[in-house]
Design a protein around this ligand. Structure first.
Ligand SMILES: Cc1ncc(COP(=O)(O)O)c(C=O)c1O
Length: 403
């Protein structure tokens, strides 16, 4: 038996696998790189959109293998700007998964369009087999979410989208650094949206970006994000209805510093996740989020695990409680499919979402899905072994965990 797995469960007063002297990495990670860059912006007096924003946009586009990057204030704003730029509005439908943060679907509704929910599959990503039956004459786009950083099956999604003339908009808000067959997410379809909000794998507290290989679309997104101005146009000339969604120089300074660590952090998370996949995947009743050999680099925004309570021997909730007591933080994630959120009942022209049934999402939300946060994958080999020891110990004592 591995160290730490013997003895009474911590939830029942036994010694935990990890005692209080051990902590998990905190987030965000920062050092003098951020301090110096922020101070430089401060002292320069150029706080507003300038060369640091331009530099970050260039570097981030290159990092994700995209031609163009337009930064903005959040991932939500990025999706809203994209939808406006693609001319998606009232009467249009956009296919989205229901296992995601609300912004994926609420941005669609904010543009006056209708989110159509299509279930995910065992990968936790949009099920390509179910897209076609959800397509109507009003469908304009499909918005796959690379959940947790796991890239969706972009080949099959592209095939359905091409057949029906739909735009593919990637919600890449979890997938900085992920690659599909060697190319970064964001510009795998028509365009993609990224978030740099505080919990994200690179962060400026808030922030967002749009990536695309389409120069015209990038220019339109930039115009929308900059009050509808035109590049090279006069200050008070506004050919487009836009908004003010510009990133500040402070935001760009932070993001450039964060980006300088992203590759090394992504590789470490991948290595630690591979270890967990092997060890946790060997425990009966636990299934890590499946991979795909076409995903040639994987960001981990969260590390996802599915529990089958009947096989493992206790409910997800008891498992999370027992793991927390052993010093290993896992949470149950989204508690309900997005289509049950009261906000969507108010969307004009929307279908009756109470009739919506997405069984895999429902199972993930209510019964089987659990995650730990990306910063925990930046821990040491000993930290990863502690995760394995905690689940092994719980499994060995699972009969003591009556629900
Ligand atoms: C999948 C997904 N899409 C969109 C967003 C929205 O990003 P932001 O919080 O930057 O608006 C998030 C943020 O959590 C997200 O997780």
């Amino acid at each position: 038996m591995a160290t730490g797995t013997s003895g009474k469960l911590a939830i029942h007063g036994g010694a935990p696998v990890r005692d209080a002297s051990k902590s998990w990495p905190s987030w965000p990670i920062f050092d003098d790189t951020e301090r110096t860059a922020l101070n430089e912006v401060f002292e320069s007096g150029q706080w507003w959109y300038g060369k640091r924003v331009a530099r970050f946009e260039e570097d981030y586009a290159a990092f994700q293998d995209a031609q163009h990057c337009v930064t903005c204030t959040s991932g939500t704003t990025a999706i809203e700007i994209i939808l406006q730029a693609l001319g998606i509005g009232p009467g249009d439908e956009v296919i989205v998964p229901p296992y995601t943060f609300i912004a994926t679907a609420s941005a669609v509704a904010r543009c006056g369009a209708i989110p159509i929910f299509v279930d995910v599959d065992e990968s936790w990503d949009l099920n390509p087999d179910l897209i076609e039956e959800a397509v109507s004459e009003r469908t304009k786009a499909v918005m796959p979410v690379h959940f947790g950083g796991r890239v969706c099956d972009m080949d099959r999604i592209a095939a359905v989208a091409d057949k029906h003339g739909l735009d593919v908009i990637e919600d890449a808000c979890h997938s900085w650094g992920s690659k599909w067959k060697g190319k970064g997410t964001g510009a795998l379809g028509r365009c993609g949206a990224f978030s740099f909000q505080r919990s994200k794998n690179i962060t400026a507290g808030e922030g967002g970006a749009i990536l695309t290989d389409d120069a015209e679309l990038a220019a339109l997104c930039r115009s929308i994000a900059n009050c509808g101005r035109r590049e090279g146009g006069a200050w008070y000339e506004h050919p487009v209805i836009g908004t003010n969604a510009r990133l500040t120089e402070f935001g760009a300074a932070l993001l450039s510093a964060q980006l300088s660590r992203l590759e090394a952090q992504t590789l470490l998370r991948e290595k630690n996740a591979a270890f967990l996949n092997e060890k946790l995947g060997a425990i009966e009743g636990l299934t890590p989020q499946p991979g795909d050999e076409r995903i040639t680099r994987r960001a981990y925004h969260v590390y996802c695990l599915r529990v089958d309570p009947a096989i493992f021997g206790c409910s997800r909730e008891r498992l999370c409680e027992a793991a927390a007591a052993e010093g290993v933080p896992f949470g149950a994630g989204y508690g309900a499919p997005l289509y049950t959120q009261p906000a969507f009942a108010t969307v004009p022209g929307a279908p009756d979402y109470t009739a919506c049934r997405c069984p895999v999402t429902e199972d993930l939300c209510t019964t089987s899905g659990m995650w730990t946060l990306h910063q925990n994958l930046l821990g040491s080999e000993e930290d990863m072994q502690d995760i394995v020891d905690a689940f092994t110990k719980i499994k060995e004592h699972v009969h003591e965990l009556a629900d």
